[in-house]
Ligand binder design. Structure first.
Ligand SMILES: *Cc1c(COP(=O)(O)O)cnc(C)c1O
Length: 459
């Protein structure tokens, strides 16, 4: 075997179980890194071994290790072993998935994987699904589909054909990709209406209802409601079933953004929390969050196959002929040249088995419960009403302004042995946020983190 590949295997073996979170991420400056990169002028060739060691060393020093069991962060997971190998194979074979005829096997693997996961949502119903680069692309696909479905001339004449101001409704706590998508699709940021939440931090349906009615009287055309299943800051789930009912009544497209929380669908124990998702018009779920797959792996699901065809179809003479009984990816999705995203999920499911993947999800759920209990025992106050493993908490000393969450985070980041973030859960209140996002996080990691927090708050 070539020495180059052996180096890679050695690095995988040595890094995979590293629990170090960050060495110098908090203190490094852009100039320091730029200085180190000056030796790479690309004129002088660098010996592979030196290059490889240098890259690994700098990667470890200057990247937050989101795969650490002690990174309780922003939905970025520890990755499965199979997915690392799958990504290397994908780079090696470099299949082009744009057309089925170029990569029949890769395309069928993706279809097989999406069918397996989609069946947990839709059970016996038919659906269309595709892999995306992430949740943002999947959300964008949902909004485009809703525009194409609602406005007959949208595909041909664009937003100018719409006789009024199109409007979408999302919760105050929904993801900010929707504002970006609104700008990019041409409906504009002001098309997004953020509905306040109720006392459970769920989209307030009464307010939504009255806003829709008053908007209709003021030249707006409501066309889409988004329910979030697992909000980014608080992990709360909107009342999906009630939103379904309202959307049916008002004839609006219903998109569920379950980028992180959607993975719960495979667990019989957690699935009830997502009740109603099966009736959505379109759904976003990221494999690169709770399903422990490396980044660049989102999924989009919809019951409206025809709408998808309308939105993305074009004629390109140079593309190979279409194959029967196949959704050609380049005319059913945003991307054209297309990476083999599905292999990492397929190989993980195939070797681990679904039972093990469900266990990993439930383990993270239980570890979240454990963290909640340990915090409560020590005077911390839990502020977000969710069962999912996003734990937001504050402390009497934070409430009394004797210490700020920023001060606490500075102490944590300086030490660099674990990672959490902070949130503003109301306009005036901030708290800390810890999300169990690694299947490797154990109760003893939690004990360690809670003890460290204790040392900071009660020095
Ligand atoms: C992460 C996230 C997104 C964005 O997805 P990306 O994969 O980062 O593009 C959208 N919505 C929610 C609820 C998320 O958690």
């Amino acid at each position: 075997m070539k020495d180059k590949y052996i180096k890679l295997i050695e690095e995988i073996n040595s890094f995979y179980n590293s629990s170090e979170v960050s060495k110098e991420v908090n203190s490094v400056t852009p100039l320091e890194i730029r200085d180190q990169l000056k030796k790479y002028d690309f004129k002088r060739k660098i010996n592979f071994e030196t290059l490889f060691d240098d890259i690994c060393e700098m990667n470890r020093r200057w990247n937050l290790n989101v795969t650490s069991p002690r990174y309780l962060g922003l939905f970025n997971p520890s990755v499965s072993e199979q997915s690392i190998i799958a990504d290397a194979l994908t780079a090696l074979h470099n299949p082009q998935l744009a057309v089925w005829k170029h990569a029949p096997f890769a395309n069928e693997i993706e279809r097989h994987t999406l069918k397996f996961l989609g069946d947990f949502i839709f059970e016996k119903q038919d659906f269309f699904a595709s892999f995306t680069t992430g949740g943002s692309e999947a959300n964008m696909t949902g909004i485009l589909a809703a525009l194409g479905y609602t406005f007959a001339d949208f595909c041909k004449d664009g937003v100018l054909s719409i006789k009024g101001k199109p409007r979408i409704y999302i919760s105050e706590y929904a993801h900010h990709s929707f504002e970006k998508i609104a700008k990019n699709t041409g409906i504009g940021e002001s098309a997004v209406y953020r509905v306040p939440v109720n006392q459970n931090y769920e989209l307030n349906i009464d307010l939504l209802n009255s806003q829709i009615e008053s908007d209709k009287n003021n030249g707006h055309i409501p066309f889409l409601v988004v329910g979030t299943a697992g909000t980014t800051s608080l992990g709360t789930v909107d009342a999906l079933e009630e939103l379904v009912k309202l959307c049916e009544e008002k004839k609006l497209w219903f998109h569920v953004d379950a980028a992180w929380g959607g993975a719960a669908i495979i667990s019989p124990k957690l699935k009830p929390m997502l009740k109603g998702i099966e009736q959505a018009d379109s759904i976003t779920i990221d494999a690169h969050k709770w399903l422990s797959i490396p980044m660049g792996a989102g999924m989009f699901f919809t019951k409206h196959h025809e709408v998808i065809k309308n939105i993305f179809s074009v004629k390109a003479d140079y593309m190979p002929q279409r194959t029967e009984d196949v959704n050609e990816p380049y005319i059913t999705s945003i991307q054209w040249s297309r990476r083999f995203i599905g292999l990492k999920l397929f190989m993980t499911l195939a070797e681990e088995g679904i039972e093990n993947i469900v266990k990993r999800i439930e383990h993270q759920y239980e570890t979240g419960q454990y963290l909640r209990e340990q915090l409560k025992k020590r005077d911390w106050i839990i502020v977000n009403p969710t069962d999912l493993p996003v734990v937001c908490f504050t402390h009497p000393k934070i409430i009394d302004k004797r210490i700020t969450t920023r001060n606490i985070l500075e102490s944590i980041y300086q030490k660099g042995c674990f990672w959490i973030s902070d949130i503003h859960y109301t306009e005036n209140d901030s708290g800390l946020r810890a999300c169990i996002t690694s299947f490797k996080t154990t109760q003893s990691d939690i004990d360690f983190i809670v003890k460290e927090l204790e040392l900071i708050i009660n020095p």
